[in-house]
Structure formats: C-alpha cells, structure tokens
Ligand binder design. Sequence first.
Ligand SMILES: [Zn+2]
Ligand SMILES: [Zn+2]
Length: 388
Amino acid sequence: MAPQREWFEKDYYAVLGLQKGATEKEITRAYRKLAKQHHPDANAGNKDAEEKFKEVSAAYDVLGDAAKRKEYDEVRVMAASGANPFAGAGGFGGAGGAGGGFGGDGIHFETGDIGGLGDLLGNLFGGGRRRSQAGRQPGAGPRRGGDLEAEVHLAFDDAVRGATIAVQLTGAAPCHTCGGTGAAPGTVPQTCPQCNGAGTLAVDQGPFSFSQICPRCGGSGRVVEKPCPTCGGGGAETRTREVKVRIPVGVADGQRVRVKGKGTPGSNGGPPGDLYVTVHVAPHPLFGRKGDDLSLRVPVTFSEAALGAEVKVPTLDGSVTVRIPPGTASGKTLRVRGRGMPKAAAGAGDLLVTVDVVVPQSLSDEQRQAVEALAATEPGNPRAHLGV
Ligand SMILES: [Zn+2]
Ligand SMILES: [Zn+2]
C-alpha cells in the first residue's frame, strides 16, 4: 500500500473524531457508528452524507489496518515537518527541509537513498501504477476498495435452515458502460504518450533531478482519449446493486456475515473491499435461545412432578418425549441433547426444558379432599431451618 496524496492532507483521526493514540477498538467503534450514520442506504440522495461516508470509509481503510496505519502515522510526521512531495505544481515544493542536506552539482535525487524520507518516496513512486484505471487516483498505487455494512432481518425459521438473502447496496460500482476503464464504448485507454506508461517523469530542477508524477496521466501511465459518457472517465458510478448473501444455518441474532469482495470496488487495479452483513433474527414464539441451545418452559401438574411422568414437548423438528423424574422441583431444567439450534458446522445445540409446576387456581370437592389427605401425611414444618 503506497501512501497517498491525501495522507499528507487529511487527518483521518479527526475524521473519525479520535485522537492519534486511539486504540484499534476505538477506531472500529467510531467507524461503525459513523458509517452507519452516513450510509447511503439511510441517506438516499444526500450528497453531504455520501461524501462523509466516503471520508469515513477512507479513514477506516487506513486506520483500521495496522500496517497502513503505521505508514500513515509516519507520513503525518513528515507532513508536519513540511515534507509534502505533492505540494506545489513543480514537484517537491515542500521537501526543502528534508532535502536540505544534499548539495553538489548534478545529484540525482534517487528515491530510496535517503533513509526514512527515501523509503516514503520509494513507496510513493514505486511500481504498481500500470494497471490503474485511467488516472482516477493521481499518483496512487492499487488501492483496495472500502468495506461496506448492511443489515438483514430474518424470520426464526430462516436462521434455523439458513437462507440466501438479496441485499440492495447503493454506492460506487464499476461503470456499467465502460466496465470501469473510463474509456468511451469502442475505445480503450491508451498508454500515456508523455511518460510512455511509466507514470513518472524525470524533471531537472537546478542541480537536482526529480522523479515527478506525470501530469498528463496523473501517475496511472494511461490516458483516456474519449471519456466514457456515463462516468466522465472516472470508471465508477453510483449504482444500486444486488448482492446475494448466504446466511449460514444456525445464525445468531446480531451475528456479522462477511461477504468477501462485495464491498466498494478497488481503484487502480486494487481488490474490492468486503461486505459485512449484520443479521437480525426475529424471536421464536415458543423457544428462547442462548448460543446454540434453545430453552422452553414446560408446565407440569403437581402429581406429574411428584410421581414422575413422560411429557411430550415440541422441538424445531417434531416433538420429543421428556422423562420427568419423580420428585422434580419446579424450576428444574432438563437437557435434551441435540434438539437445539442447528450448528453451521454440523450437529445441533441442546433443548433446555425448564419444569413449571402448575398450582391449580381452584379445586373440586374431590380434589380438595385428596389434597387435605395428602397434607395430613406431610411431615412437620418445611421452613424450620429459616428459624421463624
Ligand atoms: Zn503519463
Ligand atoms: Zn464509464
């Protein structure tokens, strides 16, 4: 990942409302919050939100990646010292301070020979621009597209069986007219005549000779003679597209499903980002859920609890008979193995049956006599240990 011109100019921490020393967690949290707030799906037609969304995505693209963030932090230190190789039209307008130690006639300012700044410039002017798309990102190498977020709502049954859900996404996509090349139909981008496709030019400035980004092609090495009428040569357009998302069996409420390569398209030949789909699962009318286990409260009568019984209980797939042992207390939970939520890998969680002993609201004469007969046989005070 080569540093970008924007890195010198944009404070990505400020974009996410953070300080420079923010933790990875803080960065991710801030990004999710802002991406959600400014997401095009929630702000149809709102240009400001779209811009903000792009900014936030660009900031997270860098700060959310430890390696890129390190490079970015280094660039910011350089930027603070005034070393911006992009400043000014003629090349290294801002690099005077860093380059001050080099004198003499005819020195070629070889990038890569001057320590930290050299590494930086080496990256800036390194290879990888040949595959770029018609100069969309001046001076940038291949750039991975941003990640996108989406949400889907599922019925409980869909979570049990798994499902394929079509998600509508609005955002940057390769232009449908030119396929992303930026060239008008029937034409293709040409090798830049000024730099012969290199993307950089050697420029003599007094005793120095600099490598400078080719002004004609913006560093891409290619030029579009006739821009595509749909995208104006940029190669991208805002479009609503449909992505089929495979929701795994047993998906949990709040789970995020990653769809690789379905995020924002990359630029300059970079790979696309990923799509993250947050899944909301509607509750089941009977079963509670904890992880892969399902829970169910089952009413039993006093006599069933006292004498033991076999009771039929529902499961996701037909019914099952549960043996209530004699002397089961109200609130006791019995585990039925393998009758819970199906798991994505294989098998299933358990069904946890909690026994609810039902006390009759009213008794018939016959029942009252029976209960009184029972009471007459009951030993002492069961609350004696409470000391009252
Ligand atoms: Zn060029
Ligand atoms: Zn186009």
